[in-house]
Design a protein around this ligand. Structure first.
Ligand code: ADP
Ligand code: MG
Length: 793
């Protein structure tokens, strides 16, 4: 059993502006426990504390300041937890902090760069690497991905769900058995045999989460996500199985409801989130108080699911994510306070060992049979039925190996079955008789041989043995030479198939040169998520869920191209595409070098063999057992061979790492593509509705909604209003016309709301009618030219 308090770490998100300095300081004295001091700026402190400058100090296991990268976070926080999970203990890492403080960035990773991948992909990579290394046990890995939103659980990996809104998905519910163990109904477990399969599941879940999200539910900041790696291990032949679970938890934003100040549905959600985190806080308070007997785990779904992680059988770690800007001071302080309380909770992790019932049954059956046999002997009971053919064969095999065993202590174990014992005697007698009749001559010749050996002197014996060894070597070399020709042909075949495997992604890349962003053609409706080809399943699912069609009408296609070109994400997609291209060509060049090294290794080996053969032939002709001087040329060839092997290995390791990176980048781009598609479909449907309401076309352009832009781009100054207008002059740039955004849009959206029935925010009906689609396109184009005119005025 390992007793440990919950480990707490702090991570400070990089601030955009440097003038935020002076708000906090990190004290990481080696001897003391590191502490984070948050200094309340004078203007904030003035209000409540007599014009004094206040500061708050919080202790953490470690504090990772703004410059800490994802690798450092993984090495220091997640790796130790992953190691204890590999040893059979449960582990949990949860990120807590206000929205925008870097929880998702820390747990899952950034959406742009490979180096930004977070704890989940890095932990998967580490775990699978360790499993591959450890051949002493049989490991099985399963993945589940749960989202808790408004106190309801959703399975992010449910292969059946076709509904596009979160609320329509089957709910995951909690069942508690009499031993108070929690079971989750409707949460699927997916077998993952490789890092790649597990990574695909992570991206599938994330994409499902993104698709289910609507502007109204904003699930990503208001829901909790629990990615769980279930690991079982067993030694071969043993009936004892170890189970360990690793929960990687991205909690909802911890900001308080009072601050959000919203009404309607948003308030309900904010209340719920708070309710959920409030219950988490209550559990933590109860656990940190010494004599509390009742811990209110059952109050919320999240505390029920994480019951073991909080004061139970688990090694738990919390990461407090902090965005230490002036306006976030109070939230940051409350996050740190929460962490201090969490640090008081003691957990007791035990090895979760269990006897596999199936293996136990086999073992018990065997034991029963043995006991029955013993009983039959003791009571002298005769068993009427004869031994089966298989049993007889098995016995004869046992006798043969017993006789061949040189160990005088060896025993013939046939169990307490008189029929078997009788049969053994019978068989032995038969063998002895056979030997008496047929084996006389052999026995006598063996004796003769032994007699001859006596006068042989030790020296002669050694010489003979050397010659025998030499002959053996010659035979081996000749046989090897013969085999070589055959192997060469096989190697060539194998090589080409390995290459095909290594670069299969380059063929199935989502961005083949001719059609850089076209939908994948490899999708197949019948593919299951559990299959290795999660890709096929994923793209089919995503196509279905986003309403993405393989055949868009020409008008829509054209509009999509314009939309894509102007979307802020297209820069990321283009960047990643560029990196992918580079990686592909690097992988290709590396593959070629590897092949070259491989053939060089082959050539060197052949030269060494030839050389060796020559030396042996020389030795034979001069009647020497061994060449007197070491062969310098052969040694040189051997050292070249070693060098080449080293080079080959280094390149191979790099190629493997490249493969993982390429895979990750492809998944990132897939996700970005789905997001783009989703936003386009929503925007397109909206345009279609406006068109139907306002036709004939372009009655009034003022109610046209702008293209959705990423939050970053919304704050940017309009390129048309700045001096860069010429660059973007030919594009639709809705955000470039602030007049339309701020004033007209507000006014017209209000009038639209009056005239239209409420439209569902998800599953927007699409036109699918190419005539209407062309109309919309004409409409957009007309708007484009007017927008441009307006902006230039
Ligand atoms: P949360 O999940 O807590 O709401 P996110 O992880 O989504 O916050 O982070 C908000 C934004 O800040 C994202 O764009 C993310 O990429 C960025 N970000 C967060 N932490 C870091 C960091 N340590 N380094 C660089 N960017 C970060
Ligand atoms: Mg988040």
């Amino acid at each position: 059993m390992v007793k440990q308090t919950i480990q707490i770490f702090a991570r400070v998100k990089p601030t955009a502006r440097k003038q935020q300095q002076g708000i906090y300081s990190v004290d990481e004295d080696e001897k003391l426990i590191p502490s984070l001091e948050i200094i309340l700026p004078r203007d904030l402190a003035d209000g409540f504390v007599n014009n004094k400058r206040e500061s708050y100090k919080f202790k953490f296991q470690r504090i990772f300041d703004q410059d800490a990268n994802q690798e450092t976070i993984f090495e220091n926080i997640a790796k130790p937890v992953a190691e204890s999970v590999l040893a059979g203990y449960n582990g949990t890492i949860f990120a807590y902090g206000q929205t925008g403080s870097g929880k998702t960035f820390t747990i899952t990773g950034g959406a742009e760069r490979y180096s930004d991948r977070g704890i989940i992909p890095r932990t998967l990579s580490y775990i699978f690497e360790q499993l591959q290394k450890d051949t002493s046990k049989i490991y099985t890995t399963h993945i589940s991905y749960l989202e808790i939103y408004n106190e309801c659980g959703y399975d992010l990996l449910d292969p059946r769900h076709e509904a596009s809104s979160l609320e329509d998905l089957p709910k995951v519910t909690i069942l508690e058995d009499p031993d108070q163990n929690i079971h989750l109904k409707n949460l699927s477990l997916h077998h993952a045999t490789t890092e790649e399969e597990a990574l695909n599941l992570l991206f599938l879940g994330d994409t499902n989460r993104m698709i289910a999200e609507t502007p109204m539910n904003q699930a990503s900041t208001r829901s909790h996500c629990i990615f769980t790696i279930h690991l079982s291990s067993k030694e071969p032949g043993s009936a004892t199985v170890r189970h360990a679970k690793l929960h990687l938890v991205d909690l909802a934003g911890s900001e308080r409801v009072a601050k959000t100040g919203v009404g309607g549905q948003l308030l309900t959600e904010a209340k719920y989130i708070n309710l959920s985190l409030h219950y988490l806080e209550q559990v933590i308070i109860a656990l940190s108080e010494k004599h509390r007997s009742h811990i209110p785990y059952r109050n919320s779904m999240m505390t029920s699911v994480l019951r073991d992680s909080l004061g139970g059988n688990c090694m738990t770690t919390m990461i407090a994510t902090l965005s230490l800007e002036k306006r976030n001071i109070d939230e940051s302080i409350s996050t740190c306070r929460f962490a201090q309380r969490v640090a008081l909770i003691k957990n007791e992790a035990v090895l979760n060992e269990e006897i596999d019932p199936r293996l136990m049954i086999v073992r018990l059956q065997k034991e029963i049979q043995e006991l029955k046999d013993e009983l039959a002997i003791v009571t002298g009971e005769q068993r009427p039925e004869a031994l089966t053919e298989a049993e007889l064969l098995q016995l004869e095999k046992l006798i043969t190996s017993f006789l061949e065993d040189q160990d005088p202590e060896s025993r013939l174990e046939v169990g307490a079955d008189m029929r078997k014992i009788h049969h053994c005697f019978h068989h032995l007698k038969k063998l002895l008789n056979d030997k008496k009749i047929h084996g006389k001559s052999t026995v006598s010749s063996e004796i003769k041989d032994q007699d001859c050996q006596e006068p042989l002197k030790e020296e002669e014996y050694k010489k003979l043995r050397d010659i025998l060894q030499q002959r053996d070597n010659e035979i081996n070399i000749l046989v090897n030479m013969l085999k070589k020709e055959k192997k060469k042909a096989q190697d060539a075949l194998h090589l080409s198939s390995v290459d095909r495997n290594e670069f299969r992604h380059s063929q199935s890349s989502p961005f083949p040169p001719g059609n850089p962003e076209g939908p994948r053609t490899s999708s197949s409706a019948s593919t299951q998520v559990q299959d290795a080809s999660t890709f096929g399943y994923r793209s089919t699912l995503l196509q279905r869920k986003t309403g993405m069609r393989e055949e868009m009408s020409l008008g829509r296609q054209e509009a999509f191209e314009i939309f894509k070109r102007d979307h802020a994400d297209s820069v990321t997609i283009a960047d990643n595409k560029q990196i992918l291209k580079q990686r592909f060509s690097e992988a290709k060049a590396l593959g070629e070098n590897i092949n070259e090294a491989r053939s060089k290794i082959g050539r060197l080996k052949e030269e060494i063999t030839q050389r060796h053969l020559q030396q042996v032939a020389l030795g034979i002709s001069e009647n020497m057992a061994e060449p007197s001087v070491p062969d310098l040329l052969e040694e040189k060839l051997r050292s070249q061979l070693e060098e080449e092997k080293k080079r080959y290995k280094t390149m191979f390791i790099r190629l493997k790492a490249l493969k993982v990176e390429i895979e990750h980048l492809q998944l990132l781009m897939d996700k970005a593509k789905v997001k783009l598609q989703k936003e386009f479909e929503a925007w397109w449907a909206e345009e279609a509705t406006s068109l139907q309401v306002n036709s004939p076309a372009v009655k009034s352009l003022s109610h046209m909604k702008p293209f959705p832009q990423t939050p970053g781009s919304q704050h940017q100054e309009s390129p048309l209003l700045s001096n860069k207008s010429d660059v973007n002059a030919g594009k639709i740039l809705p955000s470039s016309c602030p007049i339309l955004h701020s004033q007209e849009q507000n006014r017209t959206s209000a009038s639209l709301d009056d005239s239209l029935p409420a439209r569902p925010t998800s599953s927007i009906p699409l036109t699918g009618d190419s005539q209407t689609d062309s109309d919309i396109l004409a409409f957009i184009k007309a708007r484009q030219s007017i927008l441009q005119k307006k902006c230039f005025q």
